[in-house]
Design a protein around this ligand. Structure first.
Ligand SMILES: CC(C)(COP(=O)(O)OP(=O)(O)OC[C@H]1O[C@@H](n2cnc3c(N)ncnc32)[C@H](O)[C@@H]1OP(=O)(O)O)[C@@H](O)C(=O)NCCC(=O)NCCS
Length: 387
């Protein structure tokens, strides 16, 4: 029997009102709005509200949402103490997954209804940056920096991580990065979140599972791998031979290719521009090297496999974050700072969708290709008789 739907590519498993991708045209829509419009005119907080509540907020709604986010930024001191017991070289994604999951143990919380889930969503969106920034300070042996209620979500994270308030340009660039990463339909981590939520597990549990899925290098982990690649390449003249060698071995070039887009990923378009602008300012080589990685991979892919390939969201975010002085292994956790909004929206939709068809517990079928000893099944052999 032939296995169908490997990797569930192209299989529609649920209705969603949250986002949509046109893979042929290279468009990404959040709740009806093109991300190009949002990235130009909105803020991360406003976009987060849109993704969660299905509408752009009024001024009063946005002020209220912001106030709730700001109030929820603190994480328990005990949690920060516990972080101190971790190995300093632990992967920040492992740390993030563990402490997001641990949030459920610090508060006596209601999880069962929709309103409670929105509160959890706000709590998560507000606390994930604090968890990451705290870990960064702790592993570097630096004093912790409390959240600053006067700063935006983007600026506050950079402030808590570095101890310095970013200038307006850096804040805007980072805010745009957060908008671009906030949701992306049924990607691996969001589908994980929805799958866990479909069992009626709670928001923190489903989100920590999603963090695990995001950590892999074929998903969110790709941006960290891209920066490692750029650092390994070091010079623009080495790009061609480096990429050729890897592609001839059958390796994948991180930051290139996408399961849905068959053209330029719109997020890569924006990130490429932002990275280029920042490189003008910092005079660092990383943008130019990345651009050469892009053109070389496209050229070699055509020559070797006769196929088109385009950059995805991770290609240019890597150099951008590097020039923003963000440690390389925080690239993927930063993805989570933003994507947690999408996870939360999808978890709420999965659990509380009112319109038919309502989501059901995910339970796909597998094709069994294992041991077969005949219709009666294999006979158990006692341990001492086994060879
Ligand atoms: C994202 C990804 C898993 C999508 O895969 P996909 O659309 O299912 O593409 P496939 O895995 O079917 O690959 C199609 C072909 O292109 C090749 N290919 C795809 N991405 C490639 C890449 N980044 N580098 C080199 N070759 C690549 C595959 O080897 C495959 O060749 P084959 O048909 O000879 O086997 C894939 O492009 C990839 O691994 N990219 C690198 C990791 C990455 O950047 N992930 C972040 C995604 S946002």
């Amino acid at each position: 029997m032939e296995t169908k739907n490997i990797g569930l590519r192209g299989v529609e498993v649920a209705d969603t009102r949250i986002s949509n991708i046109d893979g042929e045209k290279g468009r990404l829509i959040y709740r009806g709005y093109d991300i190009m419009d949002l990235v130009e005119n909105s803020t991360f907080e406003e976009t987060a509200y849109l993704l969660l509540y299905d509408n752009l907020p009024t001024k009063v709604q946005l002020d209220d949402f912001n106030a709730k986010l700001i109030e929820a930024r603190y994480i328990p001191k005990q949690m920060q103490k516990n972080m101190g017991n971790w190995r300093k070289d632990a992967d920040p994604m492992d740390m993030l997954q563990a402490f997001v999951s641990a949030l459920a143990g610090y508060y006596d919380e209601e999880f069962s209804n929709k309103d409670a889930s929105y509160e959890k969503a706000i709590n998560l969106i507000a606390k994930v940056p604090t968890i990451i920034a705290s870990w960064q300070r702790i592993r570097d042996g630096l004093p912790l920096v409390d959240p600053d209620p006067t700063l935006s979500h983007a600026a506050n994270f950079l402030y808590m991580m570095t101890g310095e308030k970013p200038d307006a340009e850096v804040e805007k660039i980072f805010d745009r990065c957060l908008i671009l990463h906030a949701d992306h339909t049924f990607n691996a981590s969001t589908f994980t979140a929805r799958q866990v939520a479909s069992t009626r597990a709670h928001m923190y549990s489903a989100s920590s599972a999603a963090i695990g899925a995001l950590s892999g290098e074929l998903h969110g982990g790709a941006n960290t791998e891209v920066m490692k690649m750029l650092l390994d390449i070091q010079e623009i003249d080495r790009v061609e031979s480096w990429i050729k060698e890897r592609m001839e071995k059958g390796d994948r070039i991180m930051g290139m290719g996408h399961a849905v887009y068959r053209t330029y990923d719109p997020r890569a378009t924006v990130l490429k521009k932002l990275s280029s602008e920042l490189a003008e300012k910092t005079k660092e080589p990383w943008f130019a090297i990345t651009e050469k990685v892009e053109t070389t991979t496209i050229k070699l892919m055509k020559e070797m496999k006769g196929k088109d390939i385009y950059p995805n969201v991770d290609l240019y975010s890597a150099s951008l974050y590097y020039m923003l002085k963000i440690p390389v292994d925080l690239n993927t956790p930063i993805f989570a700072i933003s994507r947690v909004v999408g996870w939360a929206a999808h978890i709420i939709e999965e659990k509380f969708a009112e319109a038919a068809p309502k989501p059901a517990l995910y339970r796909p079928k597998a094709t069994y290709v294992g041991k077969y000893c005949g219709p009666e099944g294999c006979k158990y052999e006692r341990l001492d008789l086994r060879k």
